[in-house]
Design a protein around this ligand. Structure first.
Ligand SMILES: [Mg+2]
Length: 235
């Protein structure tokens, strides 16, 4: 018998499309540049991460300026620490490197489209993503995945209240429904807390800000391709 009040809320970044790889490429270039300037590359990356997380917290979410600003702030911090002259051109280089991340073409994760295609025939799909509204809207458009979703939620933070709000609005019952994503912090833990069934989709590359200890039971898969089988089991 088909269940009536079910739905699946799916994450976007690093679940359906590559995201962190571009940040990592930018960080590599940043480290090389810092090293060239005589600063300690490894330590700079840790400082960068702290500025980045701090900016996200200050903005109350992932705003597009957070990462470019963090690169500039780290550069500034080291020029002061090492008492060397601050160079406007290097500042600009840092900022541009931050924006470069958002200019990269949207690359689907292997199996993402096929999985949405298959799921959407049976179960209403909802997309929930953090991030900058303008950038995420554009990336979703470019991904060609938008039409698989009944509704799209771009939220400042993914909390259990957000998920319960989505469930209420769409009259889905969390106990019969699913949350699918690569982040313990943003997908799985708040999903567990709000009573959803959760599937953690491993991605080789997840920002450590998204890591957390699991707070309950959940399914774990290595590829988005394995999601449908879990959801349709027992139907
Ligand atoms: Mg994600």
């Amino acid at each position: 018998m088909k269940r009536k009040a079910w739905g699946a809320i799916i994450d976007f970044d690093d679940t359906l499309v590559e995201t962190t790889i571009y940040y990592d490429k930018a960080k590599e270039q940043f480290a090389a540049k810092m090293s060239e300037l005589g600063f300690p590359a490894g330590e700079c990356l840790e400082v960068l991460n702290r500025f980045d997380i701090n900016n996200v917290l200050k903005c109350g979410g992932f705003q597009k300026q957070c990462f470019p600003n963090a690169l500039v702030e780290t550069y500034e911090y080291y020029t002061e620490l090492f008492n060397v002259e601050f160079c406007r051109h290097t500042r600009k280089w840092m900022e541009d490197l931050g924006w470069w991340v958002f200019e990269q073409p949207v690359e689907l994760i292997d199996g993402a489209r096929e999985t949405l295609e298959r799921l959407s025939l049976e179960i209403p799909l909802f997309l929930a993503t953090k991030g900058d509204e303008e950038i995420q809207t554009k990336r979703l458009q470019e991904s060609g995945l938008k039409d698989y979703f009944r509704a799209v939620y771009i939220v400042p933070d993914k909390t259990h209240q957000e998920y319960l709000g989505i469930a209420n609005k769409n009259r889905i019952d969390p106990g019969q429904s699913w949350i699918i994503g690569n982040s313990m912090k943003g997908d799985i833990n708040p999903g567990i807390k709000s009573g959803f069934n959760c599937i953690h989709v491993f991605h080789h590359n997840t920002w450590d800000f998204e890591e957390e200890e699991p707070e309950g039971e959940y399914f774990s898969v290595n590829s988005i391709r394995d999601v449908a089988e879990i959801i349709f089991k027992g139907l």
